[in-house]
Design a protein around this ligand. Sequence first.
Ligand SMILES: [Cu+2]
Length: 172
Amino acid sequence: MQNKTLKTILTIALTVVITIIAFIVLMPMFGPSFMHTLMAGRMHNGMNGMHGDSAAPSGLDYATERTTDNGTFKVSYTTENAIAINQMHTWVLHVETADGQPVEDATVTVDGGMPQHGHGLPTAPQVTEYLGNGDYLVEGMKFQMGGWWEVKFNISAGDLTDTITFNLTLEG
Ligand SMILES: [Cu+2]
């Protein structure tokens, strides 16, 4: 009778030990892929609760040359061919009047963000130099993740003020 109880206890103890060993041995093999998926989702969502892998809305205008919201200026920008995530870089913004004359010495402010994530730009980019011929140097541009970004410029020259929003999607 006592012997049987002892055997039962030993069997249970052995099973527990084997299970624990199996877990320790197998976890490094299956763990990382499982945990990574779990944690990646948590971390992304944790930023503001709105992050997700939602695709950008269809029908967005990705043109780099466009007319401002009220038709006051024609604006275009140039940047590096492939913008690297988390890399500080510069843009050159070109501003013309509606009839194609370069706009000199405008006051340009920069704003932007990811509408689907509810966050703005990680930096505060600024126009630091007027390059002539309607060209403005924008310094401090940075995007910290891939996806759909909006970059907004407010342009004031003399009595004229207008805004424009460029869309871009970054791989990342
Ligand atoms: Cu984001």
